[in-house]
Design a protein around this ligand. Structure first.
Ligand code: KIV
Length: 247
């Protein structure tokens, strides 16, 4: 699974053969220049899902439910999941475990497939004190190993079709995957999850940021800067447009 937020990149990742395209709320940090994912709205997520869906990809489209769209009530959760499906998503993803169990159950009852997301859940930024690796401490308190295991069980019992495990120790992700009854999809969770997910801009080396858990398979940022610089220079020196670009 990789992210895409528009039709150009959706068509690229689909042609490359991904199984799932995630229209992630990471659009807030990757595209909107925000510090966290908390500010992105339902309307914006619908818009990005529509752009991706317009390419009619072979890959399944997973639409992320933004912060505030499912926390207040089960009623909100179902209504907003329906909005993402109407925009073109085929699965909705939401963050959390024990606390979102009822929301997941209600969305599944509406015949909408749900993907869970446990471990580091970026929408819990303020509770977690930042985007920190989860499941490193013993005990049942927030962020502990037992709490991540409890969240994994809760989302499965609630009926998810798969779940993302983000930023937990490899041993913990391996143990959860070994006992899970649905596929796990890891990010910063080691090689033993059933699948993997990356943010496309990190994978392509388009971002200025780099993370230990991600791998840049190219440096499209450098290539893009070089290409635009060449264009600027060509225009300044009247090398572009030339005869072949003119009518
Ligand atoms: O929004 C997103 O891109 C995500 C992935 C990092 C899993 O949730």
């Amino acid at each position: 699974m990789v992210t895409a937020y528009d039709s150009t990149f959706a068509s690229i990742v689909d042609e490359a053969g991904v199984d799932l395209i995630l229209v992630g709320d990471s659009v807030a940090t990757v595209m909107q220049g925000q510090k966290t994912t908390l500010g992105v709205s339902m309307e914006q997520m619908e818009y990005h899902v529509q752009m991706v869906a317009s390419t009619k990809p072979k890959a399944l489209i997973v639409g992320d439910m933004p912060f505030g769209s499912y926390q207040a009530s089960v009623h909100d959760a179902v209504n907003n999941a329906v909005r993402l499906i109407k925009a073109g998503a085929e699965i909705v993803k939401l963050e959390g475990g024990v606390h979102v169990r009822e929301a997941i159950e209600a969305i599944v009852r509406a015949d909408i497939p749900v993907m869970g997301h446990i471990g580091l859940t970026p929408q819990s930024y303020h509770r977690m004190g930042g985007n920190k690796v989860q499941g490193r401490t013993e005990g049942e308190q927030s962020g502990s190993r037992d709490r991540v295991v409890a969240d994994a069980l809760a989302v499965q019992e609630a009926g998810v079709c798969a779940f993302v495990i983000e930023a937990v120790p490899v041993t913990l992700a391996t143990e959860i995957t070994a006992t899970a009854v649905v596929p796990t999809i890891g990010i910063g969770a080691g090689p033993n999850c059933d699948g993997q997910v990356l943010v496309l801009h990190d994978l392509l080396g388009l971002s200025e940021r780099s993370f230990t858990f991600a791998k840049a398979y190219n440096n499209l940022r450098r290539l893009s800067i070089d290409a635009v610089s060449e264009y600027v220079s060509d225009v300044h020196h009247r090398r572009f447009p030339n005869e072949t670009n003119s009518f």
